[in-house]
Design a protein around this ligand. Sequence first.
Ligand code: IPE
Ligand code: IPE
Ligand code: MG
Length: 237
Amino acid sequence: MKKEQKNIGIVPRHVAIIMDGNGRWAKSRLLPRNFGHQQGVSRMIGLMEHAYDLGVEYVTVYALSTENFKRPKEELEGLYNLVRKHFVEGVRRVCDRGVRLRVLGDVSLLPQDIQDLVRKVEADSAQYEGRGVNIALAYGARAEIVRAANEAIAEGKPLTEESLSDRLYTAGQPDPDLIIRTGKEKRLSNFLLYQAAYAELYFSDKMFPEFSDADLEEAFEEYARRTRRFGKTDEQL
Ligand code: IPE
Ligand code: IPE
Ligand code: MG
C-alpha cells in the first residue's frame, strides 16, 4: 500500500540536531551507555534519510564535542569503535545518495585511522553538489571561532561578519534554520554558536534513540508555524 505523503509545509533548508540522551536512554533500560550510542547511530542515519526525503538540503549532527573528550576512557573507546564500524558506513550510504560530507571539528584530536576513514568519505563525496551532511566530530564552537580569528590575524586581515563566516567549518553553507535538541536539556553546549544567530530552536524531551521520523516531522510542522522576523516587524514581512 502506498504511504500517504504528509504535507508538512515549509521545510527548513538546513536542520541541525544535537543528538543528546543516548546514555540516559540506555541507563533507563539497564543497558550499557555504549548500547545507547549504537542505537543513536542507527537513528541518526534514519533521520538523515528522512530529512532528505522531505526536501532538506543540509543536515548537521553533533556527534562528539571537544568537551566529550573528558568522558571516561572506556566510553570514548566504545564511541571510536562505533565510528569505525557503523557510523562511517552509515554516513557513506547517505552520501551515496548524492550528498556531500563535511566534517566540522578538529579531526586531528581523533585516532589516526578514524581521521583517514572520515576524510576518505569526504573526498569521495566531494563531487556532489546541492545536498550536504555535516558531522560535528571533535567539535567546539568557541574553538572554531578562535581558529577563524587567528587565521585572519596571521594574514593581517580585519574580520567582517562575512569573512568570519567564510573561515568557519561551515563556509559557503546556509546557516541552520532549525536546531533540534533531544534529551530534555535546553542548551546549545558549544554547538554552532556563530551560525545559530537566527536559528529556530526546538527542544524535545525524547532521548535521541527514541526520536522518530514522525517526531522530526512534528518539529518541522512547528518550524513551519513560526514567524521568522529577523529583527523586522510583522508588517514589514
Ligand atoms: C549524546 O548522548 C551523545 C554524545 C554526547 C556522544 P549522551 O551520551 O550525552 O547521553 P546522556 O546525555 O548522557 O543521556
Ligand atoms: C552535547 O551533548 C554534545 C553532543 C550531543 C555530541 P552533551 O551531553 O555533551 O551536553 P551537556 O554536557 O549535557 O551540555
Ligand atoms: Mg548528554
